[in-house]
Design a protein around this ligand. Structure first.
Ligand code: C2E
Ligand code: MG
Ligand code: MG
Length: 757
């Protein structure tokens, strides 16, 4: 896995190393000098004068020694290390040669002490003072010794102090460095991580200078075979990770990053890959050589667990927890992949809500699982089944199978599977399905396809359930019309195509005009007059209702503020679900409308359709309370159609109820409708809610409502929606509806009313 390189010397984890050619040369010169000095001393000891005068012997030796020290180490530490050896040789010489002069003697002792001091306190005592004592004792009269006469002791004391301080500084630092290195090496050896110190070479290769023993344990490579070798990294790294590795190394080497982290796969000696988290830093030694130091943490198990979790999460994200079928998200993705080569069968369990409500949600869940189990055998490699949500399942046919005939055959099979009853616990349930089929056409996306199939399923439901319908040209026209209306609606406000009309509301006793309901009208430049029944649902689906609602609120407030304050009537504005979903915007719309117009808040009523109250009751209560704080009134629109009870409604901060026109219409023909209206009115009185009946179409209906105690009425027999000017005129000049009047004899609409609901 590597090859030896001669040009590099091993990096020992110790300071003061011979690192290069210069140093080796210095070592050779130092050795020669040392040998020369030793020879000189040896010859002197043996009594052979070599022609060097006595005082210079010592000087030569000292200079030689200094040179050795400097050349070998080129720093004070190194010099100091060699000086004790030098002294060890020359002290005995001094003792055996008492004839040396006083000056040289003194100078020698000072130098000797410096040397001892630098090498440590113990050496100082043993090698410094011991020879000094010997020298003194050897003198015939120690007290008359020249050493006592000179200021030598003072000099010596000062030197010792300086030397000890120097020793502390230099050697303490050296020892700390050594300790740190030893400790680092120990930590690296004990660590579970692989620690590698390497000199970078070209293309991510490196000469390994140190590698911890864990490399053998984790990757199987004997560390001894790695050290001081140029290791080619590419064969060790997973091919997919190599470029990342080179990028990080490059960033470190070129000082672009201080440290680098990556998760990389390394090849184990046996051939398999293991994941490691690699953290690398750059390091330069005293000789400015660049090293990269990396710690490799084995994260193989961690990665495997993470990958497993990611797989599980991906599975959960794409599958339905109840039936384990692929879910709606997966359907959208698969359809986007398969493009126009698909047919979709949208299946909805008939009356499932009823089953769920009567048998409970647990049984409902079991039934859905049972349905999924019945449908599953119908799948093939080109026919997949998805749970779309709730009681809706979707089959997707692909490739050659994606045509109306195959889809119809599958739909028949689907209807057949559900014919037999299902047994859940003690319950025997027969569940039928309605199926809608749509085959993809050019230009349609996944959403179009599913929506078309959904529309076809809806057609199957409305034609009596337990059957299938294929999305046809009529449905297609509806979809296209919807698309055109949606596009036009997006620009309607900006094009100033929207306006409000006002439908008067009267109090029944006494009969007089008390307010108007503001209703949106859209005169499209391209489509002509478009009915609210057509554009309001589209506006709600697309979110455009937020801007339309804001327009209606503001316009109603501004226009109504023009009326005569003395006989002012109220205005009701419809608020839809989209607006309630954004309470902050709704509140600011109302506040802004009131502020801008100066209209009294008590003259503004917001109509909120009953079905909305059941959707998110808690959130709605809070919004309604905030709206009421602004001083406006709240009425429940279309009451009686949303399955809410009056008792339930008592929890909401509301002021009035608007009885849906379906009851009013049936009132005179159907005893039950009349009884319902009577009950609503009785309970409203208890709850002190004001009541209004909408869709009143005859004088007779007004009279019946009066006898039942209804407060107000609104309907075509009283007045159709009209422009503000006409509505204000109507309010001022209102005369009660004539006897026997009905909708056909009611006031002619002042504006075109293309929609009669
Ligand atoms: P709605 O709030 O129930 O409004 C009353 C609808 O009943 C109006 O239809 C009105 O013209 C119609 N109507 C009134 N009297 C009679 C009658 O005697 N017989 C019959 N058959 N119908 C009558 P319009 O104006 O077509 O509005 C339909 C729906 O559109 C409204 O129902 C309301 O839900 C929605 N809408 C209209 N304008 C707005 C608006 O500004 N904002 C919101 N969010 N929805 C609006
Ligand atoms: Mg209304
Ligand atoms: Mg209504």
């Amino acid at each position: 896995m590597g090859h030896r390189v001669g040009r590099h010397n091993p990096v020992k984890l110790k300071p003061n190393t011979f690192a290069d050619k210069q140093r080796r040369l210095a070592a050779v010169i130092a050795l020669l000098l040392a040998v020369g000095c030793a020879a000189l001393v040896g010859l002197s000891l043996a009594g052979y004068g070599v022609g060097v005068p006595e005082p210079y012997k010592m000087t030569i030796a000292m200079v030689g020694n200094g040179l050795i020290a400097f050349l070998c180490h080129r720093n004070v530490h190194g010099a100091a290390q060699l000086l004790p050896w030098w002294c060890a040789i020359f002290v005995p010489l001094t003792i055996v040669e008492p004839g040396i002069t006083h000056t040289i003697d003194s100078a020698f002792i000072v130098v000797m002490l410096i040397a001892f001091g630098l090498s440590g306190p113990k050496t100082l005592i043993v090698l410094g003072f011991a020879p000094l004592a010997v020298l003194i004792m050897r003198h015939p009269h120690p007290t008359k010794s020249p050493y006592f006469e000179s200021s030598l002791w003072l000099v010596t004391a000062v030197c010792i102090s300086i030397l000890v301080a120097l020793q502390r500084t230099f050697f303490a630092a050296q020892r700390t460095a050594l300790l740190t290195e030893q400790l680092t090496a120990a930590i690296a050896a004990a660590s579970d991580d692989i620690v590698v110190m390497r000199e970078p070479a070209a293309q991510g290769d490196a000469i390994v200078r140190f590698v911890s023993a864990s490399a053998e344990r984790l990757l199987g490579y004997p560390t001894a075979k790695l050290i001081d070798r140029a290791v080619a990294v590419a064969p060790l790294l997973h091919p997919d990770d190599f470029s990342e590795f080179v990028r990080l190394e490059h960033a470190l080497i070129n000082d672009l990053e201080k440290s680098a982290r990556a998760e990389l796969r390394f090849r184990h000696r046996t051939g398999h890959w293991r994941w490691f988290e690699v953290r690398s830093v750059r390091h330069r030694d005293a000789h400015n050589t660049l090293f990269l130091v990396s710690a490799l943490r084995d994260i193989n198990d961690e990665r495997e667990m993470r990958e497993q979790q990611a797989c599980e999460m991906e599975y959960q994200a794409q599958h339905d927890a109840l039936t384990a079928l692929p879910n709606r998200w997966r359907l959208t993705r698969d359809l986007a992949d398969s493009g126009t080569d698909s047919a979709v069968l949208f299946c909805d369990v008939d009356s499932f809500k009823h089953v769920n409500d009567s048998l409970g949600h647990d049984v409902g869940d079991e039934l859905l699982c049972a349905v999924a189990n019945r449908l599953r055998p119908l799948t093939t490699p080109t026919c997949r089944l998805y749970r779309f949500g709730g009681d809706e399942f979707v089959f997707v046919l692909r490739n050659q199978q994606a045509n109306a005939d195959t889809a119809s055959a599958l739909a028949q099979a689907i209807l057949a599977t559900t014919r037999d009853h299902l047994t859940i616990g003690a319950n025997r349930v027969v569940l039928t399905m309605s199926v809608g089929i749509a085959v993809a056409e050019a230009g349609e996306n996944a959403d179009d396809l599913v929506r078309n199939a959904d529309l076809a399923m809806y057609a199957a439901k409305t034609s009596g359930k337990n059957q299938f319908h294929v999305f046809d040209s009529e449905m297609k026209q509806q979809v296209q019309r919807r698309h055109v209306v949606e596009q036009a609606l997006r620009g309607a406000l900006a094009a100033n195509e929207m306006r409000l009309v006002y439908q008067p509301k009267i109090s029944i006793t006494p009969e007089r005009c008390v307010g108007f309901e503001a209703l949106l009208r859209w005169q499209s430049r391209d489509l002509g007059e478009v009915s609210p029944a057509e554009f309001i649902p589209i506006a709600e689906e697309t979110g455009l209702i937020i801007d339309l609602g804001h327009f209606a609120l503001r316009t109603a407030c501004m226009e109504m503020a023009q009326q005569n304050v003395d006989d002012a009537v109220s205005v009701s504005v419809n608020v839809s679900i989209g607006q309630l979903a954004d309470p902050a915007r709704l509140l600011s719309s109302v506040y802004e409308g009131l502020q801008a117009s100066g209209l009294a808040p008590s003259l503004v009523e917001l109509e909120i359709t009953e079905s909305l109250f059941m959707k998110r009751p808690e959130a709605i209560v809070a919004t309604l309370q905030s709206l009421r704080k602004l001083g406006v009134r709240i009425a429940v629109d279309d009451f009686g159609t949303g399955y809410s009870s009056l008792a339930y409604l008592s929890r909401f901060p509301i002021d009035g109820l608007k009885i849906d026109r379906t009851f009013v219409k049936q009132m005179n023909r159907d005893h039950a409708s009349r009884a319902i209206i009577a009950a609503i009115l009785a309970l409203s009185r208890e709850l002190q809610l004001r009541t209004i009946a909408e869709g009143v179409e005859s004088r007779q209906e007004i009279d019946v409502l009066a006898s039942l105690g209804c407060d107000e009425a609104q309907g075509f027999v009283i007045a159709r929606p009209m422009p503000l000017h006409d509505a204000l005129q109507f309010a001022r000049t209102y005369c009660p509806v004539a006897d026997n009047a009905d909708v056909s004899s009611g006031p002619t609409p002042a504006v075109s009313e293309s929609f009669v609901s």
